[in-house]
Design a binder for this molecule. Structure first.
Ligand code: ATP
Ligand code: MG
Length: 402
């Protein structure tokens, strides 16, 4: 059966009044954008939801596109029937028979907006429910906890029926919470952190550190591919690529002991903050998860995080690896993340990185590295920026080196 229409419901409904209007307006802009390749679609807004008349558009691609819209709580594929009892009964039965898995229990809930329809909603519950019951052997009614709820809306001009409620991405609409810079590695975690930040309504740009020639072109391509995947949830994403080789090798030349990772990560954060400020972004988003590695113990997070003053948003901090992997699979970044890849952070690893770095010691070491500030300036200036547009790779937009 091919749905005629979709019923869209918005999320985070704690919002009231003006905020709610603005919220719905922003979600609708995004919905119209993701469905723009279906010109015959019509939108009919009603309080708290929107009816989308598909006008012949196929259900699968529209549903897949809608699942990428933040702020959309759920949606239902719905079927039209004329204002006639027999047609409503017949449509209800065909919908029940077309369910992927036959339920043991169901109930019918009828809402009659059109008061001139001859049967009221209570009568209709029986008339539609009874008709389905006698046609499907073994099916029972359960009004308290049915496996399937068949909803029938008797409207002025037609009847709408639906059974499925499909979860949307939820969260806040794109761009309603400000702008942030995602530190994007090629690993599993940071793309998920970026997606969670985007779902909270943050407009994201991303920054990636590479240590060419110690890390390969392919490693960079992989990050570009991850950025493409994330851009599928907004429209486009700016990706700043930083050559980190000189910073990393110079620190390593001056110091090789157990605080090396702390020093390198602090340099990375400093560069990221400078780029964020230059681009007008007000937070850094990273993929740290408490206790995962030596640099993610509480003392390490403290010493590393202190080097920046922008808010550090770390949405995975309290999540288990399995939960993170589950999300990575859902958002489509997992297969890209597990491609073979050498991370610039895994270069020059000391035999036992400190899990309990001392801030004073780290700061003293940094002071003794008189080359550090200049190299950080140089890395910031040399950032290469590419605009990642969903579905295509656009030209380089600027290079601050020239
Ligand atoms: P991920 O799976 O995201 O790589 P991880 O568990 O491997 O994370 P780390 O390597 O310690 O952890 O990195 C912690 C965070 O630092 C990453 O989640 C990411 O936000 C940032 N980061 C690490 N390497 C890079 C890089 N090369 N470029 C940009 N950001 C990075
Ligand atoms: Mg990593």
């Amino acid at each position: 059966m091919k749905p005629d229409c979709l019923i869209l419901r918005f999320g985070e409904m704690m919002l009231k009044g003006k905020n709610r209007k603005r919220f719905e307006h922003s979600v609708m802009i995004q919905i119209r954008k993701v469905l723009s390749s279906f010109p015959d679609i019509r939108y009919i807004p009603e309080f708290g939801r929107v009816y989308v008349e598909l006008g012949g558009a196929a259900y699968e691609p529209t549903s897949a596109a809608l699942q990428r819209v933040f702020g959309l709580a759920s949606f239902s594929p719905a079927f039209h029937a004329p204002l006639e009892l027999e047609a409503i009964q017949e449509t209800a039965l065909r919908m029940m028979q077309a369910l992927p898995k036959q339920p043991a229990t169901f109930k019918v809930t009828v809402r009659r907006v059109n008061k001139s329809f001859p049967h009221d909603s209570q009568q209709m519950n029986y008339l539609v429910g009874g008709y389905v019951l006698q046609a499907i052997p073994g099916l029972q009614v359960d009004v308290k906890k049915p496996e399937v709820e068949l909803r029938v809306e008797i409207r002025e001009d037609k009847v709408l029926l639906y059974v499925e409620v499909i979860a949307g991405a939820g969260g806040f609409p794109s761009g309603t919470s400000g702008k942030a810079l995602l530190m994007l590695s090629g690993g599993i975690d940071s793309p998920v952190a970026g997606w969670l930040a985007m779902r909270k309504g943050l407009t994201m740009e991303a920054i990636h550190f590479h240590s060419y020639p110690y890390t390969s072109e392919r490693a960079k391509d992989k990050v570009i591919e991850l950025a493409h995947q994330l851009a599928g949830y907004t429209d486009s994403l700016k990706l700043h690529l930083v050559s980190f080789t000189e910073v990393q090798t110079s620190i390593h030349r001056a110091y090789q002991d157990n605080l090396l990772v702390t020093l390198i990560r602090r340099a990375m954060y400093r560069i990221a903050e400078r780029v964020a400020e230059r681009e007008g972004l007000s937070a850094l988003v990273t993929g740290e998860s408490l206790g995962q590695v030596a640099s993610q113990t509480l003392p390490s997070l403290n010493v590393i995080g202190r080097v920046v003053t922008l808010p550090l948003l770390q949405p995975l901090m309290m999540m288990d690896k399995q939960e993170i992997i589950g999300l990575a699979e859902n958002i489509g970044t997992f297969p890209i993340s597990i491609l073979p890849y050498e991370d610039c952070c895994s270069l020059f690893l000391p035999p036992s990185p400190s899990t309990n770095p001392n801030l004073r010691l780290v700061e003293n070491l940094e002071e003794s590295m008189d080359f550090l500030n200049d190299l950080i300036d140089k890395a910031v200036l040399g950032t290469e920026t590419i605009e990642i547009v969903h579905g295509q790779l656009k030209k380089e937009t600027n290079s601050h080196l020239f």
